[in-house]
Design a protein around this ligand. Sequence first.
Ligand code: CU
Length: 345
Amino acid sequence: MNFSNKLFLLIGLLLLPSQLYAQESTQEAQAPATTSVMPFSPAPVANDAQAVADSATKASDGAQYVPMDATPGFGMPTDKAIDFQDQKNDLGQRAYWINNYILLPIITVISFFVLGLLFWVAIRYRRKANPEPSKTTHNTTIEILWTAIPILILLGIAIPSIDLLAKQFESAPKNAVTVKAIGYQWYWGFNYPDHGDFEVVANILKEKEDVAEGERYRTDADGPQLLATDNRMVVPAGVPIRLQTTAADVIHSFAIPSLWFKLDAVPGRLNEKALMIPEPGVYFGQCSELCGAFHGYMPIAIEALPPEEFAVWVKEQGGSMPTDAVAETEAPKPAQDNEVAAQAG
Ligand SMILES: [Cu+2]
């Protein structure tokens, strides 16, 4: 077995623990069930099915929007996990791959190498074993090696990571759906400029024991404790999204770990980044910039729907699909032509 084979074997062994945890996730571990009173009060919302039914009847074509149930373990943190959340788009999977197959092995090998050197000098060159220390001050070969090898390692890291960085900031395509997320102390607003410019306000859902009689509280269908919101940022799945962030008061940060997305929301500035959600589902995140007393109580829930269902939701919000506007402006034309034709006839 030559040296490089041994090195690969070592890397493989060192990677084993990370593979075992590959399906787990970390970032925001759920708070213990004892978390009690929410110190501020989002507007009370009726908890009954009536509200859903009422809004459903508004949809003109009979199709109705029903909020999607959160799937346990999907797009959310899981208990006792220490790794990234399962990555749901290409960018996240790419980043996760770089973490597991480039960064982690290099970090591990370097750490053990340095630890080994420390043990070696401490034991082999201790006063008892080495009473007459060498007076050597220079060794050209070693000096070249300890300069050249770190340069090669850094290059090996830089190439894939700069490539990932560039991919992360590729602009959304022209036909992307624009959503503007606005951070407030302490909740989120979602504005839909392409769909009639309406805004949805999303507040954290309190636990059953923390609400007054008749007020809406969180259920497991809404999502995990501290991550579920009364309204969600609803978007079409499989369609590129141009997500813009800004804030009304202080700096917030819009972050969804399972979609590899994090972008600061800064007052007076409009940040923008493309977001891709291939699969329908509910994805959870949190404000990730310390923004005041209740920073921990402004979660984000994204609901990605098949495009037809997204259109139904938009109608129920009083908005319109961009295709509606096109249809309206184009519709009178043939009618006028017909009238002219009728008059001429
Ligand atoms: Cu915030």
